[in-house]
Design a protein. Structure first.
Length: 571
């Protein structure tokens, strides 16, 4: 190197010796762009010694991965400004690609042969890899590695621009796994995570290069099918997705069957921007759920009316809670041996200012979806206990009040304490309070549920399993759950006739097995003397249904109970 550097002035040589100790790589070329000097850092970064690169054109470092336009811009800037700074992807001696941050300066002299170029190079590969990782994390879901909501929105907006310019069509799919929470609750979140990962793989396999699959959040996925020839192409893809859910998913030895509900919207028919297309696909997905799940629906404008109706219902529910527009109705539970009132079930009604008395079916699903059900349930429990305590004081001293408990209410960490507080506030005898839970609540997160039920039993509260026969439990499963009463679902009772021997046999079996496990039984939905005779014959002592009374407000229910106690026949 020394003979080569002798052409430079003494000052330049002193500078060069300083540059030998830089961390940045340094390269000098003559006016013909032939390398005449490099420093040790250049040799370390590239893997080449000076002897290997001397008199070569620096282009041998090019990797082929930098766009030609970058080089064109580089030389234009050097010609006009004398210097250029930018990033290039270069190649080391061992073939490895690396990112370099480079500044090239053209040192001009009077004579062309005295001109030269100085290049300063910094290896920024680690920084670029870190940036790539950060970008990946910002745009991808950590669990499934699918594009996330941010990237989906970005891609959809790009599809909108492309489709508008080229007059193309595309589809947006909104997917939600059916009953996914049951998997998390019953098998654990680690199984739920595995399920999401395998579902993600299935969706990617089906969509392939025809679109992009995104995990939008939780158990929700979105798919962009772009470009699209016609709707039939999207329908075929969606049908394959629905059919793929027929096969179980293996997760840590568990065979899990699940379904998905899918909504579709199409550009430009169902929206011209991101928000409209996504909202309409979401509305169509909810329609698919409402109509039975495990299917898909295309968006229609009628769904907007339903969405607005749901929002209006939610607003009215919030107002109803504030203005106390709810009312507790009661349905008699009768001791069939003496035709006397045994208990009553508390049932909420909404005294709507415009629509009149509304049954639970009209508003409880919305209340559960919004979480307002907890406030309603607390109010019903407190009101029912207060009013029943009045009946106790008026002579119905053994009357049992049954109150339904929603899953959201039961799942609250302070649920048992809230029950204690209401009992203390109302003064009701806890032994005359029966809390009704559903089968699914009893077998979901079973250990946690049993612990709460045991705490309630210690207070003295009775526990009843509502609508038995419609869920997933069996009597053998229930033997370790501290319940007092089974309520046989009305669908079994109402279908017990000579033509339906199967339901008749089931009712007989449930009553017999419940008695063997020391559970009392209440048969719901008793509407005829024939049904009453059947359950009496099989040894069921308590019944509930229209044969005795419909759900009634506090005053009317009290009158009927008084009449029954006086042995007055009630029509």
């Amino acid at each position: 190197m020394k003979p080569i550097l002798e052409k430079f002035s003494k000052d330049h040589r002193n500078v060069w010796h300083l540059l030998n100790h830089m961390n940045d790589g340094l390269m000098i070329t003559d006016h013909n762009q032939s390398i005449v000097a490099v420093n040790p850092s250049f040799e370390k970064i590239t893997g080449y010694t000076f002897e290997e690169v001397a008199h070569k054109n620096p282009r041998f470092l090019q990797s082929g991965q930098t766009s030609r336009s970058v080089f064109n811009e580089m030389w234009e800037k050097i010609r006009t400004d004398g210097t250029w700074t930018g990033e290039l992807i270069n190649k080391r001696k061992n073939g490895e690609r690396f990112w370099s941050f480079i500044t090239i300066t053209h040192i001009k002299k009077e004579r062309e042969e005295d001109c030269f170029y100085i290049g300063m190079m910094r290896d920024i590969t680690e920084r670029k890899q870190a940036e790539k990782q950060i970008t990946h994390l910002a745009y991808h879901d950590a669990l499934t590695q699918l594009p996330n909501r941010i990237l989906f929105k970005k891609q959809l907006k790009e599809a909108l621009l492309h489709a508008k310019y080229n007059r193309e069509k595309f589809a947006v799919l909104f997917l939600d796994l059916d009953h996914f929470k049951k998997v998390n609750d019953s098998l654990g979140h680690h199984i739920g995570d595995q399920l999401l990962q395998q579902i993600s793989t299935r969706l990617q396999h089906i969509v392939g290069t025809d679109g992009m699959v995104s995990r939008f959040g939780g158990d929700e996925f979105t798919i962009l099918l772009h470009p699209l020839k016609d709707k039939l192409e999207a329908y075929r893809k969606v049908k394959r997705i629905v059919q793929s859910f027929q096969a179980p998913v293996e997760c840590s030895g568990e065979r899990i069957y699940t379904n998905t509900s899918i909504g579709l919207s199409f550009y430009p028919e169902h929206g011209l921007d991101f928000h409209a297309l996504l909202k309409n696909a979401d509305s169509a997905m909810y329609r698919a759920k409402e109509e039975g799940r495990g299917q898909f629906r295309e968006y229609t404008t009628a769904m907007d009316e339903e969405t607005r109706g749901r929002l209006q219902l939610e607003r009215e529910l919030r107002i109803a809670i504030q203005k106390q527009e709810f009312e507790v109705y009661y349905q008699l539970q009768v001791n069939v041996e003496n035709n006397k009132p045994y208990g009553i079930e508390a049932l909420v009604r909404w005294n709507h200012p415009k629509k009149g008395i509304l049954s639970p079916h009209a508003f409880l699903p919305a209340a559960e979806e919004t979480g307002l059900i907890v406030k309603i349930d607390d109010w019903v429990l407190r009101t029912a206990c207060l009013q029943t305590k009045k009946w106790h004081d008026e002579g119905f001293g053994d009357l049992v009040i049954s109150v339904n408990i929603s899953k959201k209410q039961f799942d609250r960490a302070d649920f048992v304490e809230r029950v204690k507080q209401i009992i203390e506030e109302t003064g009701i005898n806890p032994h005359l309070l029966s809390l009704e839970i559903t089968e699914n609540m009893a077998i979901t997160q079973i250990q946690e549920a049993v612990e709460k039920l045991i705490q309630l039993k210690k207070i003295g509260v009775q526990l009843s399993l509502d609508d038995f026969g419609t869920g997933y439990s069996s009597l053998s499963q229930l033997k370790n759950i501290p319940i007092d009463t089974l309520k046989i679902d009305k669908s079994f009772i109402q279908d017990t006739n000579s033509q339906n021997q199967e339901n008749l046999a089931l009712v007989k079996l449930i009553i017999a097995m419940a008695k063997s496990l020391n559970f009392s039984v209440i048969c719901e939905g008793v509407e005829t003397e024939e049904q009453l005779h059947l359950i009496q014959t099989e040894g069921c002592h308590h019944a509930q249904g229209y044969l005795f009374s419909k759900p009634l407000n506090y005053e009317k229910c009290g009158s009927i109970m008084q009449s029954m106690n006086e042995n007055v026949k009630v029509v």
